[in-house]
Write a protein that binds this ligand. Sequence first.
Ligand code: FAD
Length: 278
Amino acid sequence: MIPPIASRFVAGEEPAEALDHVRGLNERNVKAIINLLGEHYDERPPAAADAAEYRALVDDVADSDLEACVSVKPSQVGLDLGEDVFRDLLDGIVDRAAERGVFVWIDMEDHTTTDATLDAFEDLAREHDGGVGVCVQANLRRTREDVERLADVPGKVRFVKGAYDEPSDVAYTDRARVDREYRDLLEYAFEHYDGGIAVGSHDPAMIDHAVALHEEHGTDFEVQMLMGVREDAQTDLAREYEVWQYVPYGGRWMSYFYRRVMERKENLLFAARAVLGR
Ligand code: FAD
């Protein structure tokens, strides 16, 4: 069992706990992107075990009446071991998901993985007629070109600012510049994409921008936010727009929880209050 302090950001250790959480979300019209926590395996057995758990999760989602999909990290399914392992394990998950009608997102990790991740996405999206999505990061200098390349690929694209500390030769490191890039990428996507735009941000300014672009171009979009972050805003937005919550679960919750707590002063205070019982 995870301690109550972590349960704001992580749905539990077991898939059944994640599915319970999803049921509550669906009741307030929020859909779910379920992520089994795990990354950077340097041996095949844990990567294969997570891939097997994802296939079982896909079956659980398909057998339920829940509005949910899954999201997988490339290094969780073998990218650190080689592109062949990654492709093999990811294909197994996406094949099962396509058979069962469940959507699969591919998360994006640091810039050394971008090519392998986008290539896998493009192949799978074409093979499965858009049943797959990928994340792109506004902080990377290359992303504008990637976003143009992806315009003709079926499937969805999640736009995020980027969570990895990247060197300045490959990334914009100034926050204002990243925000500007994010806005520009959305503008391009709303103008050139045929829907399938996911705004993966908690930033009210970016969401307002997406809403304005939606009103201008009529292009469909969805908002995606993390479990435990701006939950009230998620519920409010879901009254008018499609909203998906990213729901992490699994035994490897500690480092994810630590990242959430450390990224914002408010979260650190929340954790401190919980520990002190106030
Ligand atoms: P920030 O730029 O961090 O903040 C801007 C404003 O948003 C703040 O001033 C505040 O008003 C609001 N805000 C932000 N955080 C909070 C908070 N905790 N509480 C209250 N208000 C807040 N990154 C990757 O590199 N790869 C991925 O695959 C990936 N997937 C993601 C999936 C989802 C669904 C989401 C939401 C994010 C994902 N990210 C991913 C993380 C992303 O790159 C950013 O690091 C993260 O979302 C922070 O940027 P932001 O746009 O939310 O807001």
